[in-house]
Design a protein around this ligand. Structure first.
Ligand code: OMP
Length: 224
């Protein structure tokens, strides 16, 4: 079974990103590069990380008008990432155009409700109802727009998968029972997320902030 952990290399320091990736490369299935890394290093930084030979998840959570997102996806297509994220709340036309602009081998994945939000945060943005309802609504939108899958917390992934059995489900915000939660709000254990139907897990600080990232990645993998 392929390794389902993507390590989130959230740092603006290219040498640090490379050092962590080199340490954990045999214990993760891929590397996730996000806004922090991309803002600092752009496409050249992604190329540098591709030298490690692992699949790249480019997590830029694009959210803009359809034309702008499609053109950005087209420009990023040169990197041929395995996975690319957009925000589901950008709407159906944006999702359709993002998918149409992506290379054939790139999964376009729609972020539903960030794992750093709770119901009160959602309500402050004008959306009432539970996290479950919001994830279900955006999962249906993403599925009907023809993208490849969604990002949600481990608390909603079972409901999302029931609506979309062939979808690809990315679950971040996972923590071992004794782990520091930080800014995340809807957290489950890695094992709970996999049991509930996650296709892959995104794990950042529990690996990158550990004294020994290699041991931490192995310990998480051993619970799956
Ligand atoms: O799209 C994501 O990967 C993502 C979506 C989401 O709802 N929540 C979330 O935490 N993430 C990302 O997952 C990673 C979680 O990092 P840690 O909380 O350090 O494990 C970060 O890189 C976030 O950008």
């Amino acid at each position: 079974m392929m390794n389902r952990i993507y390590v989130a290399l959230d740092t603006p320091d290219l040498d640090r990103a490379k050092a962590i990736a080199t340490k954990v490369r045999h214990h993760v299935g891929g590397l996730k590069l996000g806004l922090e890394f991309f803002a600092a290093h752009g496409q050249a930084g992604v190329h540098a990380m591709q030298e490690l030979g692992l699949p790249i998840f480019l997590d830029l959570k694009l959210h803009d008008i359809p034309n702008t997102v499609a053109k950005a996806v087209q420009a990023l297509g040169a990197l041929a990432p395995a996975i690319l994220t957009v925000h589901a709340s950008g709407g159906r036309a944006m999702l359709e155009d993002a998918k149409a602009a992506a290379p054939v081998g790139t999964k376009v994945i729609a972020v539903t409700m960030l794992t750093s939000l709770d119901v009160a945060d959602l309500e402050a943005t004008g959306v009432t109802g539970s996290a479950h309802d919001q994830v279900v609504r955006l999962t249906e939108l993403a599925r009907d727009a023809g993208v490849d899958g969604i990002v949600c917390s481990g608390a909603e992934v079972a409901a999302a998968k029931a609506l979309w059995p062939k979808g690809f489900f990315v679950v971040p915000g996972v923590r071992l029972p004794d782990g520091a939660i930080g800014d995340q709000k809807r957290v489950v254990t890695p094992r709970q997320a996999i049991d509930a139907g996650a296709s892959i897990l995104v794990v950042g600080r529990p690996i990158t902030q550990a004294e020994d990232p290699d041991t931490a990645a192995r310990a998480i993998g051993a619970t799956l």
